[in-house]
Ligand binder design. Structure first.
Ligand code: COA
Length: 421
């Protein structure tokens, strides 16, 4: 079976998470991803939060599968020459250094495009977009969640802003970049020209809080946000989209309901998210045994229920005292009510369906002395089988890649002695 990106060569100058998440996805899709790393140390995450002394960390292994590693000091004359050769043969270069680092290294977009390879697509992640007032700032994940509007709209109204466990700044930016690269490759089919593709972490995060900008406008236009708990609880809305706790963001009210283990304190994750979908009202009433609410004008419209949502959620919760979240999910699904369990990381790690579908995969890594768990491609293809391969050791493919570029063993020894590898 072929792979979607078979034959595509990617020069991977990424580090930490945002860039590596992008290039790993390109690797899943079958591109030849050559990760360039500083000799001696490599991607800084190789040593972050190690679980085995002296071995590559799970941070590194989980974001750098399906790649080859080339150690190269790109600031030496020899390293510079090798990078130039790689760029001349590549389709895509991905980087997420601090603003200006590629220029300082001598590889500006202008030089790459005009002198080295006009077909190359150069893709970058930065904290802020070029031309933004903060364009020169360095940014990490949670800073992006704050700059992009996620933190201000996450959490409870009486608590501080919260960051999400999902990497809305890092991996999300990498996925946006991946989309941009694929679009630019398609455009290149028509024009024959490469282009620069840029994603700002702030923008990628903002793109996922679109609903909250919707709410900002509704708030300014109407002074109301009916699906937020504020009205019912008598909390003033203020001037900005507030933090809505676990309120449903899309338009259908919902809330997190305790199940058996959360009721009796034995399982902190025993919750379901229950949605009061408007057109499921009849079935919800049947399911919870409140037939009298079906046609009651005090309950039978979204507007009428606006100030009774918590009363309804409390009642539903009282029915879940003896059910765990999985039983509660089946109980709701029997009546077509959108409801789902709060899956813990442990449950996801061992979920048989996710294992079967290769969304959660075990990868053998002899240097770590066994297998590690990682997340495979969330995108499934009918005509391509996505295999996850282990992350490379630092410089594991240096000789192999240099030979492909035409260097002899003697050349490689000379370059190594010059400390460029
Ligand atoms: N050979 C020679 N030099 C190399 C090299 C190599 N193989 N690999 C990296 N370097 C150099 C870079 O050229 C740069 O040097 P310079 O500062 O002299 O220009 C330096 O190593 C490291 O760059 P920098 O990106 O500044 O690292 P940092 O650890 O200080 O900052 C970030 C890390 C993530 C904050 C920063 O890279 C950043 O803001 N990136 C953009 C946004 C982003 O992606 N953030 C999220 C990461 S998950």
């Amino acid at each position: 079976m072929t792979k979607p990106l078979a034959g595509i060569k990617v020069v991977d100058m990424t580090h930490v998470q945002a860039g590596p998440a992008c290039t790993q996805m390109l690797g899943f899709f079958g591109a030849d991803v050559i990760k360039i790393e500083m000799p001696g140390s490599g991607d800084v995450t190789r040593a972050w939060l190690r679980d085995i002394d002296g071995k590559d960390s799970l941070y590194f292994t989980m974001f750098n599968g399906n790649k080859r590693s080339l150690t190269l000091n790109t600031k030496t004359p020899e390293g510079r020459e090798i990078l130039e050769k790689l760029i001349k043969e590549a389709d895509v270069l991905v980087e997420n250094f601090a603003p200006g680092a590629m220029n300082r290294m001598g590889f500006s977009w202008e030089r790459i495009h005009n002198e080295l390879n006009p077909r190359l697509i150069m893709a970058s992640v930065k904290g802020y977009a070029e031309g933004h007032a903060n364009e020169n700032y360095k940014v990490f994940e949670n800073v992006a969640q704050c700059s992009g509007g996620a933190a201000a709209t996450t959490g409870f109204w009486d608590g501080p802003p919260l960051v999400s466990g999902a990497a809305l700044g890092d991996s999300n930016s990498g996925m946006h970049l991946c989309i941009g690269i694929l679009a630019a490759m398609q455009q290149r089919h028509n024009t024959g020209k490469g282009q620069k593709v840029a994603v700002a972490m702030q923008d990628a995060c903002l793109n996922l809080v679109r609903i909250k900008l919707r709410d900002q406008q509704r708030l300014e236009l109407t002074g109301r946000l009916d699906e937020y708990p504020h009205g019912e609880l008598g909390i003033p809305l203020g001037e900005s989209t507030p933090r809505g706790g676990n309120a449903g963001g899309g338009g259908q009210p919902g809330w997190m309901l305790k199940c058996k283990g959360a009721h009796n304190g034995t399982d902190p994750d025993d919750y379901v998210y229950f949605t009061l979908q408007a057109n499921a009202w009849h079935k919800i009433c049947e399911r919870i045994g409140k037939m009298e609410w079906i046609d009651d004008p005090e309950y039978n419209t979204f507007e009428a229920r606006r100030d009774k949502q918590f009363k309804i959620f409390e009642y539903v919760e009282s029915l879940l005292v003896d059910m765990d979240k999985h039983q509660a999910t089946v109980w709701a699904a029997e009546f077509d009510i959108p409801c789902g369990p709060v899956n813990s990381m442990k449950e996801l790690a061992y979920d048989p369906s996710l294992r079967k579908l290769k969304t959660i995969v075990e990868v053998d890594h002899p240097d770590r002395g066994g297998k590690y768990l990682t997340i495979g491609s969330p995108i499934k293809f009918s005509d391509a089988d996505i295999e996850v391969t282990r992350s490379p050791l630092l410089g594991e493919h240096t000789d192999e890649i240099l030979k492909e570029l035409g260097y002899s063993d003697a050349d490689i020894n000379r370059i190594r002695e010059a400390k460029a590898l």
